[in-house]
Design a protein around this ligand. Structure first.
Ligand code: 8YV
Length: 315
């Protein structure tokens, strides 16, 4: 019998994925090692695969410590927590999980928009606090007919656009290049799109290329009636500038599933009524997380057991 292939699991995985990896590979739970440095000194050279996620990532330092690493298999579409350059330099493959989570993430973008513009969480707090008998809940903002600007019309962006169109919104998008065959209005100039839209939705990848893409200046362009929705990465928005804009009323509100320093959320945001805040759950349905788990395993097994066949490769 051939020896099981040694892999490192960076953090607790979806149960189905954990089970698959641990029953078919010689897996080590990196996150449970009491002395990681000592373990690496003895075993690093044996490791051929790393199984990780958008949260746990894989740093250049870790990659550098694993001289025989062949592949990094990640749970999540975003791979900004993985040092892609370090992997590429060594010819290490990296896989992610695109395609299977687009609908659920788009659902949450719309849910955040409806919740913040119609002030639903605030209204529910009002009812639960027993205030209805003494007062009426104030009016909110209509969604239909508003202009939605999507930053990043990828697979998720397209699902957001489709849903927004069903709500009778006008859809604009900004990408580096115009996307052929889509019926939405393209803006090559991000600032011009922000100025033209009522709701700005961020659906771009995280990482150095988009860090603080939405800063104080761009928040000012969105304007006092404008809403910001972020289902991308917290790093895309300058969170301090966002808090200032919300406090000063420079923008109307925000719906956020992601934050700059997760799982830490600034108290200043929690204290505001005009924001809806979620704990990074956009892909978090039974169906989608299972599909993500299966896709990670398909890549891992495809690479090691089926002649390096990869379904969804980053590099
Ligand atoms: C995951 C995500 O929850 O896919 C992504 O990029 O942000 C989420 O779907 C996250 O990666 C946790 O693993």
């Amino acid at each position: 019998m051939t020896q099981a292939i040694p892999v490192l699991i960076m953090g607790a995985l979806h149960p189905a994925l954990q089970e698959n990896v641990e029953s078919h590979f010689a897996a080590t739970r990196y996150y449970e090692l009491p002395d990681k440095a000592a373990w690496l000194a003895d075993h690093a050279a044996s490791i051929r695969g790393v199984v990780t996620s958008g949260v746990y990532g894989a740093t250049a330092e870790l990659i550098g410590q694993l001289p025989n690493l062949e592949g990094i298999f990640s749970f999540g579409v975003g791979y900004d927590a993985i040092d892609i350059g370090a992997a590429k330099d060594r010819g290490i493959v990296v896989t992610n999980t695109p395609g299977v989570l687009d609908e659920c993430v788009a659902d949450i973008a719309l849910a955040l928009m409806l919740n913040v513009m119609r002030r639903l969480p605030e209204a529910e707090r009002f009812l639960r606090a027993g205030k209805w008998e003494a007062a009426k809940f104030p009016m909110a903002t209509k969604v239909g007919g508003k202009k939605l600007g999507i930053v990043g019309l990828g697979n998720i962006g397209e699902q957001i656009a489709k849903r927004a169109a069903a709500f009778d919104m006008q859809v604009f998008y900004h990408n580096r290049r115009e996307k052929p065959g889509v019926p939405y209005t393209y803006y090559a100039d991000l600032d011009a799109m922000i100025q033209a839209c009522d709701v700005l939705v961020l659906a771009v990848p995280g990482g150095a290329g988009t860090e603080h893409l939405i800063d104080a200046r761009r928040l000012a362009l969105l304007g006092e009636k404008g809403y910001l929705i972020n289902i991308a990465r917290g790093s895309v928005v300058d969170e301090t500038a966002l808090i200032r804009a919300l406090q000063a009323g420079t923008i109307a509100g925000a719906g956020l599933d992601v934050f700059e320093h997760e799982p830490k959320v600034p108290q200043a945001l929690i204290d505001l009524d005009k924001v809806v805040l979620l704990p990074h759950l956009a892909s978090g349905t039974f169906e989608t997380r299972r599909a993500m788990a299966d896709l990670v395993y398909r890549n891992l097994a495809g690479y090691f057991f089926e002649n390096k066949q990869l379904a969804t490769q980053v590099v």
